[in-house]
Ligand binder design. Structure first.
Ligand SMILES: *Cc1c(COP(=O)(O)O)cnc(C)c1O
Length: 487
């Protein structure tokens, strides 16, 4: 299996190299040279780890023995991605049973193991520095995933005022000798842009290289992050068939709370591989740049950025959309590059009618502001006694407002306790803005759902990282921290 770049038609690297690099030198994202096929019928009798292994196997031709099995052994449930039936045609795919209680664990428990194997496969003995820009959940999941993994270090940048209190404390109290957490003045897009700039900085690369360090990414721009996410769409489909909820080959729809477009893109990849999916419904919060794009074909980030109760979706520049653009353009790297350049210079680009048609064949869209999301939390709890978080709520709000035919799977991306204040408010409690253990107890009394111990622990753990830097200083910060000191 070879990987090509979305921005340069001449690039072609091995699967192992694509995982190690994270992003292509030309700034493009790696995509498979062609999509492998995988018949879900082969996976029906397998457990989750074996299903995931089959998906990884289809994309990565280096030794991946034990990767999926070890990754999913860290989950709190036997089934890492259980499918819960709420109603005749409504199901919830719970993706938050990993160590950090958000869907990022589905891939970030896999990526460090994949990275280690990929480096062994190509004989790469350098130390890998993983740089992460996070809107809250990726950072913590990457830190947990890479903590004390030999040959790696992990440095996370998050918007200081753009994450929930629990998210922030969880990162600031992170254990591990090879980790570092830094607040950024600015929003997630500022953090992501600054980290992308660091990847493209030759002087930084040189200074790190002299110290035996190479850079890689744990953001969903890394193909090693995206592929493990394909597995849960296969698994959910198999579970539906096995439970007799759909007939063999029937199509299922998925509603996905979306930010960086990584989760939903994995579903699109599953379709390419042959999984019978009907519609993919892209649910946004008030930062509804994707809703507008899917409706009009114009992607325009010249708009107000809103801080919402679903901070992991507070994103205007959805990186993974680039991979979809590449596909609908007929894999035209030059065109994709010029659009990404337009986005950078003017904050805007548009696709042709024909391309928009291809997108709308598969994607529906909608968005919910905080009020609508809170209403969805209350409605789902009243109707089904089932508690959802603020991100999943955006997906439910969109799902509940649209008409559905056949099985609809709402993808649930976080444990509600991660966003306790807003969830409690939605349930009619007078919650103050800041989460606390007492607030967790109140939520438990009302909902009979237990708070995860590791989330309770963040309130008492020692803060190890409280540094804040401006986005402009990220590169010099990384240089000082990890580069060769030539003075
Ligand atoms: C990251 C995240 C999302 C958005 O996923 P993308 O892959 O960025 O689209 C949604 N919900 C939660 C809880 C997340 O952590």
């Amino acid at each position: 299996m070879k990987y090509i770049s979305t921005r340069d038609g001449s690039v072609c690297v091995s699967a192992a190299q694509a995982v190690i690099d994270g992003i292509s030198k030309d700034g493009g994202l790696y995509v498979p040279a062609e999509f492998p096929k995988l018949d879900y019928r082969q996976l029906l009798d397998m457990d989750y780890a074996a299903r995931a292994h089959s998906v990884l196997r289809a994309y990565f031709d280096f030794d991946i023995t034990g990767v999926a099995e070890e990754a999913y052994a860290t989950f709190e449930t036997d089934d890492p991605a259980p499918l819960v039936k709420l109603d005749d045609n409504v199901f919830v795919l719970e993706l938050w049973h990993g160590r950090t209680h958000a869907f990022k664990d589905m891939a970030l428990s896999v990526l460090p193991r994949l990275m280690t194997k990929a480096k062994a496969a190509v004989g790469d003995r350098s130390e890998t520095l993983i740089l992460v820009a996070t809107s809250g959940d990726t950072g913590k999941a990457a830190l947990e995933g890479f903590k004390d993994v030999d040959g790696t270090r992990c440095c996370v940048f998050y918007p200081t005022d753009g994450v929930s209190r629990v998210q922030k404390l969880a990162m600031q109290t992170q254990a591990g000798d090879n980790v570092c957490v830094v607040g950024i003045t600015g929003n997630f897009d500022d953090a992501q842009t600054a980290v992308k700039r660091a990847f493209a900085d030759d002087r930084l690369a040189q200074s790190l290289h002299e110290n035996g360090i190479s850079l890689s990414s744990a953001n969903s721009i890394n193909i090693g992050r995206l592929v493990p996410q394909i597995a849960y769409y296969y698994s959910a489909y198999c579970d539906l068939v096995n439970a007799g909820e759909i007939a063999d080959g029937d199509k299922a729809d998925f509603v996905v709370p979306t930010g960086n477009f990584g989760n939903i893109l994995a579903a699109r990849y599953a379709m390419e591989m042959g999984l019978p999916i009907g519609k993919l419904i892209c649910a946004s919060n008030k930062n509804n740049v994707l809703t507008d794009f899917i409706n009009t074909g114009v992607y325009d980030v010249n708009r107000k950025f809103f801080k919402t109760e679903s901070p992991s979706m507070d994103i205007l520049v959805s990186s993974n959309l680039e991979r979809l653009l590449f596909e609908v353009s007929g894999r035209d790297a030059a065109l994709t590059r010029s659009r990404m350049e337009e986005l950078k210079s003017c904050g805007k680009y548009s696709v042709s009618e024909q391309e928009l048609g291809k997108i709308r064949e598969v994607f529906d869209c909608g968005y919910a502001d905080d009020e609508q999301a809170e209403a969805a939390i209350a409605e789902v709890f009243d109707e089904y006694g089932y508690l959802i978080d603020t991100h999943t709520a955006a997906a439910f709000a969109v799902a509940l407002s649209g008409e559905t035919s056949g099985a609809t799977v709402v993808v649930s991306t976080a444990n509600p306790y991660k966003f306790a204040p807003a969830v409690l408010r939605a349930l009619g409690e007078d919650a103050k803005d800041e989460a606390s253990v007492r607030m967790f107890d109140t939520m438990c009394d009302i909902t009979a759902m237990e708070a995860p111990q590791s989330l309770k622990d963040v309130f008492t753990a020692k803060i190890r990282f409280d540094k804040t830097v401006s986005p402009d200083n990220i590169i010099s910060f990384i240089g000082q921290q990890y580069g060769k000191n030539d003075r």
